[in-house]
Design a protein around this ligand. Structure first.
Ligand code: OGA
Ligand code: NI
Length: 347
């Protein structure tokens, strides 16, 4: 019997080298992971460790600001998903409470005269930069330098994924040209140890919406991936400099469910604050996602209708934020409608 094992750590460097045997081995390993649960970690990529350290420092500097200052760039004041998200805003797992994380959403700098802004494309608009963060110019510069470096890496990883499907590494260029990708600075406060584990989540069990996610974690544990065959939660241990890579729902759909977008969550029981930076690669909003080559058995039908990146990801966002809103609304109704006396009678 297979024993469940955490996502393997793969050396990505053969992708850049001339050793075709080593490259073929990498492709085989990535294929295995995509088929199993869509998760793996990579080292040997081209994002400098020094840049990763600088970007983590930026993230910490931002979250250290007083909450009133962070709220000056509240994400709820625009409809293109940029800016600060307060603790307990999102709720991805039914039956748990709103999540113990705060975030800053960042993307490509899209001005108000850009076609994506004018056409209200997915997450497209100007970044909302904190004006009171120390050394704000460096903050913006480092953030965008890092964003572009991970964007390039995401394209390279999709190149390898294309090879796993038996097509050219350039196969996904129509998807990656003009792609929308969103990066989040995330901060998970330490959860009190005696808190109810059933209710409290850093991030509830979920799958990612887009094509592919590249996650940088600091050295604090908390991320877990579900091993579907056994139902066990496996820790995705932080490895210095590595990216946790996972496929999202959009990719799984294109792969006719052959490749997996797997469930994962964060519970920060470390007693320490945790920081992470996921990079969600959605793709060109106008790209039509259809069943990919070699993802069907002969004679097998495609399971899904074609859909654009735009339509698929927009629908997923609506669903998860709607859930958190409803929970808070119901809670408010409850506390308004019930007097202490009524509560006492019921108890
Ligand atoms: C996410 C996610 C994991 C982490 O933001 O979708 O799964 O470690 N994050 O922050
Ligand atoms: Ni996720």
């Amino acid at each position: 019997m297979l024993t469940p094992s955490a996502p393997p750590i793969l050396d990505f460097s053969p992708f850049y080298g001339g050793d075709s045997e080593a490259k073929a081995k990498l492709v085989d390993k990535v294929r295995e992971c995509c088929l199993y649960n869509g998760f793996f970690q990579i080292t040997g990529h081209h994002v400098p460790l020094e840049l990763q350290h600088r970007v983590m420092e930026c993230s910490k500097r931002f979250f250290n600001l007083p909450v009133e200052e962070k709220l000056l760039i509240d994400k709820n004041t625009n409809d293109f998903n940029r800016g600060y998200e307060l603790l307990r805003s999102q709720m991805l797992e039914a039956g748990t409470g709103p999540e113990l994380k705060e975030g800053l959403y960042i993307g490509e700098e899209i001005g108000r005269d850009h076609p994506y802004y004018l056409q209200k494309k997915l997450n497209s608009g100007p970044n909302q930069w904190p004006q009171t963060v120390p050394d704000k110019e460096e903050f913006q510069k480092t953030t965008m330098e890092y964003y572009h470096a991970v964007f390039e890496l995401a394209k390279d990883v999709l190149g390898v994924v294309a090879l796993t499907l038996g097509v050219e590494s350039s196969y996904f260029e129509p998807l990656t040209d003009g792609a929308v990708a969103t990066m989040r600075y995330l901060h998970y406060p330490a959860q009190p140890k005696d808190e109810d584990e059933k209710l409290n989540r850093g991030i509830g069990a979920h799958t990612d919406f887009g094509c592919i996610t590249l996650l940088l974690q600091d050295d604090v544990e908390g991320l877990q991936v579900l091993d579907v065959p056994t139902g066990q939660w496996l820790d995705v241990k932080p490895v210095p400099g590595a990216y946790v890579v996972n496929l999202g729902d959009l990719f799984m759909r294109m792969a006719n469910d052959k490749y997996k977008s797997n469930i994962h969550r964060v519970i920060n029981k470390s007693g320490k604050e945790r920081y992470s930076i996921p990079f969600f690669f959605s793709g060109n909003p106008d790209y039509t996602c259809e069943c990919l080559p070699n993802c069907r058995e002969p004679g097998e039908e495609a399971k899904y209708q074609p859909i654009t990146v735009q339509d698929m990801v927009t629908a997923s966002y609506k669903e998860s934020y709607g859930r958190a809103e409803k929970y808070k609304h119901d809670l408010a109704k409850k506390s308004l409608g019930e007097t202490p006396a009524m509560t006492a009678i019921k108890a």
